[in-house]
Structure formats: structure tokens, C-alpha cells
Design a protein. Structure first.
Length: 100
């Protein structure tokens, strides 16, 4: 009798109509990959190089920060100033060592 009671909810769920169900046909992948470097070169030929917004002009400069190791060099913490006026922010720089 107990196995019948366990299967009763499953049978009831299977018999209920599924509202909002839809299906999609998917095309099989051809194995072809895009050449993003060629795509970028073609875009630059067509539209020219991307213009850099004036607010980001300082990204071409150089700077140094001191990064402190954390947990056996799995990540580094660097304190940097961002924005105008500058606000101090701590960044976690991941070395990717967990992926090895």
C-alpha cells in the first residue's frame, strides 16, 4: 500500500496539463568559429577607430599600486583612488590560481 501512496503524486502531476509550455527548434552547431581579430579589423576599416570619451583620457596614463597578497597568493588586494573627486576603493585582483 505504501508504494502506491508514493506514486500517486507523481501520477497526478504527470496527468495535469502543462500550462505555458513551448518548444524551440535549435540548429546544430557547424563547428565554425568566428575570427574576432578579423571582425575587429573589418569594423575599423568600415567605421574607423573607436573614439575615446574625454572622461576616459587618463586611461592612457600609467600608475602603480601596492598589492598585498591574500590567502597563499590566491588573490591580491590593492587600494586605488577612483572617480572625481577620488574615492578609495579596495580591489581584489584574482590570480586565477583556483582554475589550475
Amino acid at each position: 500500500m505504501r508504494p502506491l501512496l508514493l506514486w500517486a503524486p507523481v501520477a497526478a502531476a504527470a496527468a495535469a496539463p502543462l500550462a505555458g509550455v513551448f518548444s524551440l527548434e535549435a540548429a546544430r552547431a557547424t563547428g565554425e568559429t568566428r575570427d574576432f581579430a578579423a571582425d575587429m579589423a573589418a569594423a575599423r576599416l568600415r567605421w574607423g577607430p573607436a573614439e575615446q570619451p574625454p572622461g576616459f583620457a587618463l586611461t592612457q596614463g600609467e600608475g602603480r599600486v601596492v598589492a598585498q597578497p591574500l590567502a597563499h597568493d590566491q588573490a591580491y588586494i590593492a587600494e586605488v583612488a577612483l572617480g572625481s573627486p577620488p574615492q578609495m576603493v579596495k580591489l581584489a585582483l584574482d590570480t586565477g590560481s583556483a582554475d589550475v
